[in-house]
Ligand binder design. Sequence first.
Ligand code: 5CA
Length: 159
Amino acid sequence: MSSDLSASARRVQETLQKHGLDCQVVELPNSTRTAPEAAAAVGCHVAQIVKSLVFRGRHTDRPILVVASGANRVNERRLGELAGEPAEKASADFVRERTGFAIGGVPPLGHAEPLLTFIDEDLLQYDEIWAAAGTPHAVFCLTPQQLTQITKGEVTRIT
Ligand code: 5CA
């Protein structure tokens, strides 16, 4: 029941509903802070975990979201080409300020401001994927199609 969720996870559940998505946020006793932990907690392959990684555009100071498969490492040079400016991993403070969520729980939607978003094409091969839902113990299951719908990101190679 969403009323049992912590405040950040409830916020994500409400945002999912606003987008018309029938996805259920679940809060688990085990940590889902990292992709391997989340995969172990829900019993899926690490590649089916959606990492919501925040980068900072060095010229514009804007946040850039990369929604990556848990198995992949973002190629920052490629991201710079996609974003049209060099991009580097954001600090924990920057992530919290610009998304409204702390690292380890950053969801792919419902941020404090709209984020330029790139989606890892490798995520599209799965029927179901799992994303963070606001806290390092909360996740939800969705389809790659739902992910592209809610993030309005560009599907591309990010490695
Ligand atoms: N809940 C999980 C799976 S859905 C999750 O949020 N994984 S994650 O990969 O999207 O978020 C953790 C990521 O945050 C790490 O991969 C790392 O890239 C980044 N991170 C961790 N600590 C820091 C830090 N101190 N500063 C900047 N980024 C960090």
